[in-house]
Design a binder for this molecule. Structure first.
Ligand SMILES: C[S@@+](CC[C@H](N)C(=O)[O-])C[C@H]1O[C@@H](n2cnc3c(N)ncnc32)[C@H](O)[C@@H]1O
Length: 286
């Protein structure tokens, strides 16, 4: 007899019928629309993330749901499905060495260049989730650039998940998210918001534009960017998708610009347009 656990319901336990071909369909659709590749064994994850939605819509099973996504009546159900299937784990100052590098090296280089080229600074957080990464970037700028008001400084923060873009734009987080930050940061860059929440200070919010953007589709921006963060995003993409994406990043970065990628990602065999400086910090060289 199959063992029952809450995490891994067996097919017989399931409230909604979910066949192998339903799973394959959703998996292929996710890959086509977002570049995200689910392994062949993520049935339970997909089921758990979408079952709530089927219940809300009063559906009988995944076949009916899949037909609904593709129908006119489905409206933006495809967007809702994609939101449910993305993984959005993030936190403030995650992989803090990138923010240290930004403060001590990247911004210093950009400042030196500004003497001849003007005080323009462009940073892109690609796959920004709920905003902790671009806000950590904004705080780093505010802390290390006392003259920031004299700069044309902008951070673009994009994600495919519309709910994440909404949350980032709101800039409201649980107060617990501040734990472990140096004391001056909560005091200067967050304000109390209701019971157990905080909101990003206006000066940090004003530096960032949050936008919905699919990394495997058309990009309206022209660049150039001085720095691109794309961390813990391509881990879900296959190598060919990564090749195209990193080539596009190189095209959009200024000469010598920096690319930060996540701790379990690398550019080996993907592109030779960057030089690894260490700790997943890359400089555009071609
Ligand atoms: C694990 S989070 C990483 C967040 C942040 N960069 C960090 O390292 O903390 C990955 C994010 O990439 C986004 N993402 C996945 N595929 C995407 C795509 N094709 N276009 C844009 N964003 C995508 C997801 O919605 C998710 O919010």
């Amino acid at each position: 007899m199959a063992t029952r656990t809450t995490d891994s319901p067996t097919a017989e336990d399931r409230e909604f019928a979910f066949s192998a071909s339903d799973y394959d369909y959703l998996r292929a659709m996710l890959k086509e629309k977002t570049g995200i590749e689910l392994g062949p064994t993520k049935h339970n994850m997909v089921y758990a993330r979408l079952a709530k939605r089927l219940r809300k819509l009063g559906m009988n099973g995944f076949r009916e749901y899949i037909e609904f996504i593709g129908s006119d009546a489905g409206g933006d159900e495809l967007g809702t499905t994609l939101n449910a299937l993305t993984t959005n784990l993030t936190k403030f100052f995650r992989e803090n060495h990138h923010f240290e590098h930004l403060a001590t090296t990247a911004l210093q280089e950009i400042r030196a260049r500004a003497v001849s080229q003007g005080r323009r600074l462009r940073i892109w957080s690609a796959g920004c989730s709920s905003g902790e990464e671009p806000y950590s970037t904004a705080i780093t700028l505010l802390r290390s650039m006392p003259d920031i008001k004299q700069w044309d400084a902008k951070i673009l923060a994009t994600d495919i998940d519309t709910e994440m873009v909404r949350r980032g734009t709101a800039g409201i987080y649980p107060a617990a998210a501040l734990e472990g930050m140096p004391a001056d940061i909560p005091r200067k860059y967050f304000e109390p918001y209701g019971e157990d929440k905080v909101r990003m200070a206006e000066e940090a919010r004003n530096l960032i534009s949050f936008k919905h953007l699919n990394l495997v589709a058309h990009w309206p921006m022209k660049g150039p960017f001085d720095v691109i963060f794309c961390r813990n995003v391509v881990i879900y993409f296959d190598k060919d998708t990564q090749r195209v994406l990193f080539d596009r990043y190189a095209n959009l970065l200024a000469p010598g610009g920096f690319l930060y990628i996540g701790h379990s990602e690398n550019l080996f065999g993907i592109t030779e347009r960057f030089k690894l400086l260490g700790r997943n910090i890359h400089r555009k060289i071609a």
